[in-house]
Design a binder for this molecule. Structure first.
Ligand code: FAD
Length: 416
């Protein structure tokens, strides 16, 4: 009997899990179909560099279907809905796909219209987001022409993809204007709904310290409710007001739109309630969730998606064999944080352990944790090549496992 595995979304998660499963099931008893609405795979961490002219928009895009191993069927279509009781996905091209096992990897989408005024006057003129390829390219021109004034970087609400990316943007803006020789004419403010620079205490303190060092104002607990692009005002729900000449916003995120049309699948934000350790959905035992689409309590990040993929591959095999699931995904996440001037920080954490100082990977590892270094910056740059050539094809990265290791990390109070 042939098992039909349908993967919704051919981004980071959908591609790597389809490739892992194709390798595992090289015979034809498992048929793998990947559905995506377009054929442009964007390396999203590269969007950070486009506004500063450090990467060209077309350097971070490749055809999706070319990232999938032979034997995987690629269907280019939108997903209209999932009907759980019928084990069927309905596509916007009016066809239906029946599945035995479904993997939802449709990520998170930007919802700029959720914030009053965001896409009104000034949108793409002095209000931009670098979270989309078009926004990042338009921001490149705006930054090149900016001659001084107040640049505000704002996160409207959590959760967002890569919660450190807006901080990286602020650090790089400081570097960029220094390079252009106009830093003293530019005021930079970082405006966040959180009570500090980041969610976890040690990382928040380290990143808050860096903002202060770079003379970037930190405005916290600011819940943006309205943007007045003509007047250059960002207004919070409690009536606070931040003026700007250029606003770099990270809009509200939600799950994919078909989730709301799929009875029983998602929550009120269209993310999918998911067991955080096995990645099985709460909606049905034969539906699993990978990456940003899941509501698991950890950052929405490519590294998370990659580590989840290792456990998910195992659980797909166990599910098809009728075995109990592996519950070992621990929320492992890691992220390079670009800080400008060819340096970066590295953080490594999971559901239970906040980012700690130390070394990575292991106590003899070359990369310092929670501390700036050139090697971390090189790691960040090298990651693009690893992404296309190791992570997406579904290879394991040497020395880095889906479970977080405490080796090399120092708990508060421990000596260096
Ligand atoms: C600016 C920026 C910087 C980032 N930097 C980092 C970083 O440094 N490190 C890191 O680890 N992560 C980073 N990330 C996050 C990382 O890119 C994502 O977490 C990761 O891509 C999630 O993978 P995914 O498969 O869940 O979603 P995606 O890769 O976004 O894929 C989702 C796919 O689903 C498809 N889809 C959605 N809805 C439908 C539909 N209705 N029908 C058909 N197809 C649909 C989309 O077209 C897309 O291809 C960054 C993200 C951004 C935006």
């Amino acid at each position: 009997m042939t098992e039909r595995i349908v993967v919704l979304g051919g981004g980071t998660g959908g591609t790597l899990i389809a490739n892992r499963l194709r390798r595992r099931y090289s015979d034809q008893h498992v048929m793998i179909t990947v559905v995506d609405q377009d054929d442009r795979h964007v390396y999203q961490p590269g969007l950070l560099f486009v506004p500063f002219g450090l990467l060209e928009p077309d350097e971070i895009v490749k055809p999706r279907h070319e990232q999938l191993h032979d034997g995987i069927v690629f269907r280019q279509s939108g997903v209209d809905s999932v009907q759980i009781t019928e084990n069927t996905v309905y596509l916007t091209d009016r066809t239906a796909l029946a599945y035995d096992l479904l993997i939802v990897a449709t990520g998170a989408q930007l919802l700029p219209d959720e914030t009053e005024g965001m896409t009104g006057p000034g949108w793409m003129e002095k209000v931009f987001t670098f979270y989309s390829p078009e926004g990042a390219a338009a921001l490149h021109d705006a930054l090149a022409q900016f001659e001084g004034g107040r640049l505000v970087v704002n996160v409207v609400d959590m959760p967002i993809k890569c919660p450190v990316a807006p901080l990286e943007f602020a650090f790089l803006a400081d570097w960029f204007f220094q390079q252009r020789g106009i830093r003293e004419r530019v005021e930079i403010a970082y405006v966040t709904p959180l009570d500090g620079a980041f969610t976890k205490p040690a990382a928040s303190a380290a990143l808050g310290g860096l903002l202060a060092e770079k003379d970037i104002d930190l405005i916290t607990e600011f819940n943006a409710g309205e943007i007045d692009g003509s007047a250059g005002r960002l207004i919070s729900f409690d009536g606070r007001d931040v003026g700007f000449d250029l606003l770099v916003t990270v809009p509200v995120h939600g799950g994919a739109d078909f989730v709301a049309r799929s009875p029983g699948l998602g929550d009120e934000l269209s993310f999918i309630p998911t067991d955080p350790r096995t990645l099985q959905s709460e909606a049905a035992p034969n539906i699993f969730v990978l990456g940003d689409a899941a509501n698991v309590p950890i950052s929405k990040a490519g590294s998370v998606t990659h580590f989840e993929g290792e456990v998910l591959e195992e659980n797909v095999a166990r599910f098809l064999d009728g075995q109990p699931l592996d519950g070992t995904y621990d929320g492992h996440a890691n992220c390079f944080i670009e800080t400008g001037f060819h340096k970066a920080l590295l953080i490594d954490f999971n559901y239970d352990t906040e980012p700690l100082p130390g070394r990575f990977p292991g106590s003899l590892g070359p990369m310092p944790l929670l501390k700036e270094s050139r090697l971390n910056h090189l790691g960040k740059l090298m990651f693009q090549s690893l992404y296309w050539h190791a992570l997406l094809p579904g290879r394991d990265l040497p020395g880095i496992t889906s479970q977080m290791s405490m080796a090399g990390k120092r708990r508060p109070g421990e000596e260096e």
